[in-house]
Design a protein around this ligand. Structure first.
Ligand code: T1G
Length: 705
């Protein structure tokens, strides 16, 4: 079947892109489109053209898998093809449905008129791939929708609804009904335009949208200021602004040339490669090699959450936000009331910021029921416990759930550190037990580490991975080990940050380096946000269980324990590693500096100058090294899964592709040699993972696994 199907509707030619699953504009489609335009240009039997996509959507843009490859010489580039489509003297109407993204929207903008169906998403998300709309989008969208709207859409990469697109003038007509109804409306429009005999309304010739830039030339500098924080460390967003600015100041042909030049500067850069990796990693993560895609799943029509504290309350909101009724259990009525009040407060805050309607809040609160008796969960499809992080408490609870819950119910634990197999052993149905590790705040963080136990069944895994998507989460399947993937790697990163301040750095130095690298904050500000007392309790528990001695040859909690003994738990006490006099901005505190220097002296450590490069390497290389151990042990299935965990759970910058992809850009030889050096200088905990050394010796990367 050809990549572009041509049909006739009377004297209108209907071109259907045919490249499942998303009608990507791969070279066979470009070839087909190009040939059709040449054929139809002077065909006396044809008065007009309608362009649409076969299947579930119009077109998701360029075929991203083709980036970095060379198409056959005779296949022209998309911008040239769209110029020819736009230049046709016959009316060309786009019949848009499902999705028109990237080159897909550029194709629609190359048409003279756009008709759009219901529940459609439209936008130019190229910036999320580290590039920019390279087929005229930066020149035609501002002309059609206005400079301000175009800037906002192109720099955010946001997909808008058909209604928002109609309001912005991006689509001219909204049609209710199915794809056929949209095509019929487009054919009628093409017939009407042909009959009217007026010259085609070419997006590229329109200037109405450019007026606002003429009225306010400072618009682009203002916009650059407004985007500085979220565009930190990236080139593509700034290139997008330069291109829209060119649209406002240059003729179309010149603007298209300028856009092309900017596009070519970006497409093969590390930023673009990293973000392409992130795109496919987020799709690959849902595939579990030993759980076939057609594995039956269990219906999840309701849920139960045990514990209505910070995590339990957040998890209950996640289900309510997805429209799934959820019953929350607390032992005491007072604790339940406090937990439900916290949930209500969270929703009210979102309503007050205008990000949720009162009606929607009431609907979600209506889906949350509070009870104090476990028996209320007897008929529940899935139960997630979020109680105190203690093995005995968890095992006792799971034994009770085993007797209360119906056969077929999924029993899940939100533990972040404990052994899921041991928890499962407290039940008679370990195959129905799984870990579902949410990240705080659970109703905000997109990552969900799903932890498969030795006996967790394929059906449960398939069900929970599917549920992750329903809950708007990125579900990553991991194995059982201490701290699973995310926290296990985090421990390496935090340990070294603590050692660095004993050796000569200060918290603000380490945080600056990590912030400039691209994370939303450094390790010390992150600890202050999460609460230093959380780690303190874990360290005390570990020391107690280790006969009163630290578990590591060199203890990393000396300074942290001191500030906790002083009640410096972080933002929640106004003081932690930093002071927070004015709200949430971390301010260096001389008291902390004094404690740190005093501790170095007590430990007999002579403080020294520590470079930014050493800070970066000491924090990130051990994190990558631990990722390699996790892969070697099979705790994570793919290096790209580890990247997804860190991008969606710990704010690792997407424009670096996640820690494992980033490591490949640094070179595993460099990292392995550094770890060998660190091992000599600091201790055995820095020993490079055998997998890292093997790949480095073979000149390979994690991407080759
Ligand atoms: N190219 C190649 N493969 C693609 C693709 C694309 N553009 N879009 C999706 N896929 C694959 C995806 O990997 C998955 O594969 C399957 O299709 C289903 O996707 C010149 C240069 C359209 C909103 O950034 O945002 O145009 O895992 O699971 O949830 O200016 O896909 O099954 O093997 O995501 O329904 C710009 C990218 C390209 C849009 C549908 N376009 N796609 O979401 O399905 S650059 C984009 C999406 C460009 C021009 C430039 C989403 C979607 P597999 P899915 P979905």
């Amino acid at each position: 079947m050809s990549a572009v199907i041509e049909e006739r509707r009377g004297r209108i030619a209907l071109l259907k892109l045919n490249n499942p699953p998303v009608n990507g504009l791969g070279w066979p489609v470009r070839e087909g489109l190009d040939a059709a335009i040449v054929r139809l240009k002077d065909d006396p039997e044809v008065d007009g053209v309608v362009v649409t996509g076969d299947g579930r959507m119009f077109c998701a843009g360029a075929d991203i898998r083709e980036f970095g490859t060379t198409p056959p010489e005779h296949v022209r580039r998309l911008p040239e093809i769209l110029d020819d489509l736009e230049a046709l003297d016959k009316p060309v109407v786009a019949a848009v449905h499902g999705v028109a993204a990237g080159g897909g929207l550029e194709l629609a903008l190359g048409c003279h008129h756009r008709v759009c169906g219901p529940k459609t998403k439209l936008g130019l998300p190229e910036v999320t791939l580290g590039i920019l709309p390279g087929a005229g989008g930066t020149q035609r969208l501002p002309r059609v929708a206005g400079v301000g709207k175009a800037l906002e859409m192109i720099v955010s990469g946001r997909l808008v609804s058909e209604k928002e697109a109609a309001k912005a003038g991006i689509v001219d007509e909204l049609v209710e009904g199915d794809v056929e109804a949209v095509i019929d409306a487009a054919v009628k429009k093409a017939e009407a335009l042909a009959a009217a005999g007026e010259p085609p309304r070419r997006s590229g010739e329109r200037t109405d949208g450019l007026q606002e830039a003429k009225d306010n030339p400072g618009l682009f500098d203002e916009f650059r200021k407004s985007m500085a924080k979220r565009a930190r460390g990236m080139n593509a967003p700034y290139a997008c602004v330069r291109c829209v600015e060119a649209a406002a100041t240059m003729a179309l042909a010149e603007g298209l040339k300028f856009e092309r030049a900017e596009f070519m500067k970006l497409v093969n850069e590390v930023e673009a490669k990293s973000m392409r990796h992130a795109f496919f990693a987020e799709r690959e993560v849902a595939k579990v090699p030993d759980v076939p895609a057609d594995t039956p799943t269990r219906p999840i029509q309701n849920a139960g959450v045990i514990g209505c504290g910070t995590m339990g309350g957040g998890i209950a909101m996640v289900f309510a936000n997805a429209g799934i009724p959820v019953t929350v259990v607390e032992a005491e009525q007072a604790a339940l009331d406090a937990g439900l009040e916290k949930i209500r407060g969270n929703y009210a805050a979102t309503v007050s910021k205008g990000r949720l309607s009162q009606e929607e809040m009431d609907k979600r609160m209506g889906l949350i029921t509070g009870v104090t008796d476990l028996v209320e969960l007897a008929a529940t499809d899935i139960v997630i416990e979020a109680v105190f992080e203690n093995m005995d408490v968890k095992k006792e609870l799971f034994a009770k759930l085993d007797s209360v819950c119906k056969p077929g119910a999924i029993l899940a634990t939100n533990t972040s550190t404990l052994d899921v197999n041991e928890i499962a052993s407290a039940t008679s149905r370990p195959a129905d037990v799984i870990g579902t590790h949410f990240f705080s705040p659970a109703n905000v963080m997109r990552l969900l580490e799903n932890v498969r136990g030795e006996q967790t069944s394929a059906e449960i895994i398939a069900t929970v991975m599917k549920l992750s998507k329903t809950l708007g989460k990125v579900g990553v399947l991991v194995g059982v080990c201490h701290g699973f993937v995310g926290n296990r790697m985090l421990h390496q990163y935090l340990r070294e940050a603590m050692f660095l301040i004993e050796e000569g750095a200060l918290p603000q130095d380490v945080d600056r380096v990590i912030y400039e690298f691209g994370l939303p904050m450094g390790p010390f500000a992150m600890c202050d946000l999460a609460g230093n007392d959380v780690g303190w309790r874990v360290r005390q528990e570990q020391i107690k269980n280790n006969g009163g001695k630290p578990t590591n040859a060199r203890y990393s909690g000396t300074v942290a324990d001191k500030i906790c003994e002083m009640g410096r738990f972080g933002q929640k006490t106004g003081k932690g590693w930093f002071s927070y006099e004015n709200g949430r901005t971390p301010m260096p505190d001389p008291e902390i500096e004094a404690i740190i220097k005093e501790t170095s002296a007590e430990l007999g450590i002579e403080r020294r100058e520590i470079s930014d490069q050493e800070i970066l390497e000491r924090c990130l290389y051990p994190l990558v090294n631990e990722g390699a151990k996790i892969l070697d042990e099979g705790i994570a299935m793919r290096a790209s899964d580890v990247d997804v965990v860190w991008m969606h759970g710990y704010g690792f910058p997407r424009h670096r592709g996640g820690p494992m992809f980033w490591a490949d850009t640094v070179g595993l030889k460099t990292i392995a040699e550094a770890m060998q050096r660190f091992e000599k200088e600091h201790g055995p905990w820095m020993a490079p993972s055998p997998l890292l050394v093997r790949l480095a010796d073979e000149g390979k990367g994690f991407g080759d696994l």
